[in-house]
Design a protein around this ligand. Structure first.
Ligand SMILES: Cc1ncc(COP(=O)(O)O)c(C=O)c1O
Length: 381
């Protein structure tokens, strides 16, 4: 008995590996990206009311009507168009399921798909599930901007799709309009679709978050994915969604109906309350993450690392080479065992691990006291 040929190259995720090591050494875990506080009461109360109200059976496969209506109301203005909950919005079990459903429903074996690296680690696995061929384009420090020549070289007549994660994990880069226009132009030239992963859409500090689907002509070829995990600090609830034109939605739903069929009803009712949060909620979220970002970035610099201040997300990348370790794994092991802080070695997010060997990723979705204690420990470096 063994793991299938398709999945055996991928092993255990780095998050499990580093979290286990952190626990063994009682290290402060700035590795995995989940907040160490609870989600909002008004969302939890809505889910409890749903459970008490007898919503125990299968909901509609594309999501409860109330949530699709709430998503249409929130995203209509953001995408600059009226959205049809019936044919353009699908609720999924987290963005992860939306990604897999998009790959299964829109990509054929042998199609080429462009991944921007460092990438979220589920992308290459998702492409392996559909026998697609990944083509990589690399973002490089210090600003992690998209190199338009490299991107152009990655497109070909075999390109079916590009996956665009903005704000970008792990670099914290927020793609600006000119980068998105370059992507849009190439999608038009090669008749490719864009699958956007925007789970950090509300954690943006410097520029505005621009949505690829709003760039001229891109609505028809973009499926926009997100979830409640990051914005509402509910990563364990796994409620996500996909918004796109009816033909792309039909492809995604063709997979979704057999992948999970649907998402648990009580958390969908909770999500209705979440996406209906007032504007102040989002402003407070940004302000609180901005002060956490500055605390950690300044602490990393004081400890002798060279951090790259993120424009969005709750991650910061830093260069560790001043400390003379052979690579990012050796540095992260030292950090956990001798300093008492866990981080993620980002070489796992590159198809050529050496491209990420000089970097280390820290998460700042943690209580400020925890971050202060981590910064204090980092001074031992
Ligand atoms: C870029 C990116 N996409 C997707 C996800 C997963 O989202 P969800 O928990 O909604 O499946 C994450 C979680 O860390 C992420 O960083």
């Amino acid at each position: 008995m063994s793991i299938s040929r398709r999945l055996s190259p991928f092993g255990v995720t780095i998050f499990t590996e580093m979290t286990d090591l952190a626990a063994a050494h009682d290290a402060i875990n700035l590795g995995q990206g989940f907040p160490d506080w609870d989600g909002p009461d008004f969302v939890k109360e809505a889910a409890v009311r749903s459970m008490e109200g007898g919503h125990d059976q299968y909901p509609a496969s594309p999501g409860i009507p109330e949530l699709r209506a709430a998503l249409a109301e929130r995203y209509g203005p953001l995408l600059g168009r009226e959205l049809s909950p019936g044919s353009e919005i699908t609720v999924t079990s987290g963005c992860t399921e939306a990604l897999t459903a998009a790959f299964l429903g829109l990509i054929d074996p042998g199609n080429e798909v462009i991944l921007i690296e460092p990438y979220y680690d589920s992308y290459p696995v998702g492409l392996a599930l559909v026998d697609a061929v990944p083509r990589y384009v690399t973002l490089r420090p210090p600003d992690f901007r998209l190199d338009s020549d490299e991107l152009r070289a990655a497109f070909s007549p075999k390109t079916r799709a590009i996956v665009v994660n903005t704000p970008h994990n792990p670099t914290g880069h927020v793609f600006d309009r000119s980068e998105l226009e370059t992507i849009a132009g190439l999608c038009h030239t090669y008749d490719a679709v864009a699958i956007t992963d925007e789970v950090y859409e509300d954690i943006v500090f410097e520029p505005q978050h621009t949505r690829l689907a709003t760039i001229d002509g891109m609505w028809d070829r973009t499926i926009t994915l997100s979830s409640i995990g990051k914005t509402y600090s509910l990563t364990g609830w796994k409620v996500g969604w996909a918004i796109g034109p009816p033909p792309l939605t039909a492809g995604l739903r063709a997979a979704h109906q057999f992948l999970t069929f649907t998402t648990p009803t009580p958390v969908q009712h909770g999500a209705v309350a979440a996406v209906g949060a007032p504007d102040e909620f989002y402003a407070e979220l940004r302000a609180s993450y901005r002060s956490r970002r500055d605390l950690l970035v300044d602490g990393l610099a004081a400890a002798g690392l060279s951090p790259f201040r993120p424009q969005g997300t709750y991650f910061v990348m830093a260069d560790h080479t001043a400390f003379g370790f052979s690579d990012d794994r050796a540095f992260c092991r030292h950090l956990i065992e001798k300093v008492g802080v866990a981080a993620i070695p980002p070489s796992v997010f590159y198809h050529r691990p050496e491209d990420g060997a000089s970097l280390v990723r820290f998460a700042f979705c943690k209580d400020e006291n925890t971050l202060r204690e981590a910064v204090d420990r980092l001074s031992r470096l």
